[in-house]
Design a protein around this ligand. Structure first.
Ligand code: ARG
Length: 403
């Protein structure tokens, strides 16, 4: 019997030609696997296509719930925005897909796994590091990286090998999507001085055409994760789906980002992340209401490091668990309601409340009822100013220039 290789199959051009190419080049059987992370593609159609091209067997795995609770929720707790812009949506799905690849490969007693990543991006790193961490004995095949075919050449190969593919206009873009966001690359988007054409966007209304009336939502958080919209509890997957829909209608979540890839390339990336944009904004605000200034400022560094691990393919590094121990401790009290205003492409937090809020009206108010004794500040400023005052006296004595 021929040996087996398990391929992560999306149904697109790259992975479709990969089925045939792996069979020919390595003389193996190809088992295909498609993971549903909320990309909104018909799994049955993908399965049929894989079998039609020549896959020995196909696995369809619904991992939406797992994706949200084990990956997206962690990213929310860490306020994950790579380079302050990108909610790491594609990055989060890679370790999940890679772990399913390894599971299926182990089950099928395959000699290796395969994916459709190029040799220029971050995704290859995320896949390979996860696979190597979970089963270092598996051979990793990346046909697009090894083969170095251009898109035109791939289409020619597909035609010669009678591989059925879609020739829709959307093929001008390379798209990767899941519940947490949509990434759009290629075509005119590679010109960073050009505004992305409207046809690059699918999840968001052009803000110009968004409703003229703002919409208000109250988002309820429990231990750092979103649970309710206007008091109504939704399961994790439905929550994200619903938020994408509402925020998308208001044109929220379009991101145009000059991104520093791990492999050193600077690339212009376009994303649509309506739910992520709203939820992260609300979560950050609630944390600021609840955490002490010391907790909050230290958490900035931890969040940043967590995001870096997720972006650079190091999901499997034990450091992530150590960082999460801190993050989860802080999230125990991140409970409350955040009111957001959605309007023509923007989201604004306009209200927040929490039983753990550290906001004290008695201290903050400028009314006469305040319990804050203003004379306390005089002594405080004496101590606070001491080192700066002393330095300036010395500078003056030595005629050093003013800072
Ligand atoms: N630059 C993003 C990342 O590294 C998106 C990558 C996937 N996008 C795609 N269209 N294939 O996470």
């Amino acid at each position: 019997m021929k040996k087996k290789v398990v391929l992560a199959y999306s149904g697109g051009l790259d992975t479709s030609v990969s089925i045939k190419w792996i069979q020919q080049k390595y003389d193996v059987n190809v088992v295909t696997m498609t993971i549903d992370v909320g990309q909104g593609k018909e799994l049955k159609t993908i399965e049929k296509r894989a079998i039609a091209i020549g896959a020995l067997k196909h696995y369809s795995i619904d991992a939406k719930e797992e994706f949200v609770t084990n990956y997206v929720f962690r990213a929310i707790k860490a306020n994950a925005l790579y380079e302050s812009k990108y909610p790491v949506s594609s990055a989060l799905s890679r370790p999940l897909i890679a772990s399913k690849l390894v599971d299926v490969a182990n089950k099928e007693e395959a000699i290796g796994v395969a994916h459709g990543c190029t040799g220029k991006g971050n995704d290859q790193v995320r896949f390979d590091v996860t696979i190597k961490s979970l089963n270092p004995d598996l051979k990793i095949i990346a046909p697009v990286r090894e083969w170095k075919l251009s898109r035109d050449e791939e289409i020619k190969y597909a035609e010669e090998n009678k591989i059925p593919i879609d020739y829709t206009s959307k093929n001008i873009y390379s798209i990767d999507q899941n519940l947490w966001g949509r990434s759009i690359e290629c075509g005119v988007l590679e010109q960073p001085d050009h505004e992305p054409p409207e046809d690059a966007y699918e999840w968001t209304t052009d803000p110009v055409n968004a409703p003229d009336k703002p919409e208000y939502l109250s988002i309820g958080f429990n231990k750092g994760v979103p649970r309710t919209i206007n008091g109504k509890k939704l399961n994790p997957t439905d929550f994200i789906f619903k938020m994408n829909k509402i925020a998308g209608q208001h044109g929220i979540g379009r991101i145009d980002h000059m991104e520093n890839r791990l492999v050193g390339i600077k690339s212009r990336e376009i994303y649509e992340c309506p739910a992520a944009t709203v939820i992260l904004e609300a979560h950050k605000d609630l944390e600021k209401t609840i955490l002490t200034r010391h907790e909050w400022s230290f958490k900035q560094q931890i969040d940043n490091q967590w995001t870096l691990l997720a972006y650079t393919g190091l999901w499997m590094d034990p450091l992530r668990h150590a960082l999460e121990a801190f993050i989860n401790k802080t999230q125990e009290k991140v409970i409350g309601e955040v009111k957001v205003k959605l309007y023509k492409g923007s989201v604004q937090v306009v209200g927040r409340s929490s039983p753990y809020s550290l906001y004290d009206l008695n201290l903050a108010t400028y009314e006469s009822s305040s319990t804050f004794d203003q004379t306390w500040s005089i002594g405080f400023i004496e101590l606070w100013s001491m080192p700066t005052k002393a330095a300036n006296i010395v500078m003056k004595k030595n005629k050093t220039e003013k800072p």
